[in-house]
Design a protein around this ligand. Structure first.
Ligand SMILES: [Zn+2]
Length: 233
């Protein structure tokens, strides 16, 4: 079967959202991209997670035209396509309506970095998009959601902050692979929940210092990273 390994990874990444309680019913979608093959693999629209199989994953080209699959792709596919075309380094995209991250998106509030859990994954606040205009909603809504994301965050920032809150909607996350995109969606929800509790306990809470934030992010990411096991031990 075409792109079997990618299909299996994308299926697993979608199921990861279910395992962590990030999606209700058929909500949510994860995709992965094989840039060499110029193909995107994405969750089918409306298929229940419990019966989803690798062969149900829809394969499209880089413009979102279906190349292989009997099902329609997730209706959010044009958003994923837009992100892949703007952010050359990403290999996976995950979208959920997870409770706390979506609450922040609905409040149209960026999530400040209140602690090192956030700093380990997101170098800076998790930003929000501007609201879409009536024209953007009326025509090519899903693609324009991607356009709004790419307006709010550039490629360099996308590598350091692998998530955004689409105002009035919900989060989109990404990563080097589909499974990392799903992982980032799980972490984002945890960070969003803790930020909510932080503000409940202390409405005046402020972001951690730049020093602490940089320390935690940069020990895990980039050329000076030293957290975890090195590959040359
Ligand atoms: Zn959505």
């Amino acid at each position: 079967m075409l792109l079997q390994a990618l299909r299996e990874e994308v299926l697993e990444a979608n199921l990861e959202l279910v395992r962590h309680g990030l999606v209700l019913y058929t909500f949510g979608n994860v995709s992965g991209i094989a840039r060499k093959d110029q193909r995107i693999a994405i969750k089918p629209s409306g298929v229940p997670y419990e019966s989803m199989k690798p062969e149900h994953i829809v394969i499209t080209d880089l413009n979102g035209a279906v190349m292989d699959g009997d099902f329609r792709p997730s209706s959010d596919l044009p958003t994923h396509v837009e992100l892949y075309s703007h952010f050359a380094s990403i290999g996976g995209v995950a979208h959920t309506h997870s409770e706390f991250a979506t609450a922040w998106a609905q409040a149209r509030r960026p999530i400040p970095c209140f602690g090192t859990t956030h700093a380990d994954y997101f170098h800076g606040p998790v930003p929000t998009t501007e609201e879409l205009t009536a024209e953007e909603i009326g025509k090519e809504y899903e693609r324009n959601t991607g356009v709004a994301i790419c307006r709010a965050i550039d490629s360099a920032q996308a590598e350091r902050v692998p998530a955004i809150l689409v105002s009035g909607h919900a989060p989109f996350c990404w990563g080097p692979t589909a499974s990392m995109a799903a992982h980032n969606a799980v972490i984002l929800e945890y960070v969003a929940r803790m930020a909510y509790h932080t503000l409940a306990l202390s409405p005046q809470a402020s972001a951690i210092s730049t020093h602490l934030h940089d320390k935690h992010f940069l020990r895990k990411h980039g050329p000076s990273a030293y957290y975890g096991q090195t590959s040359t031990k």
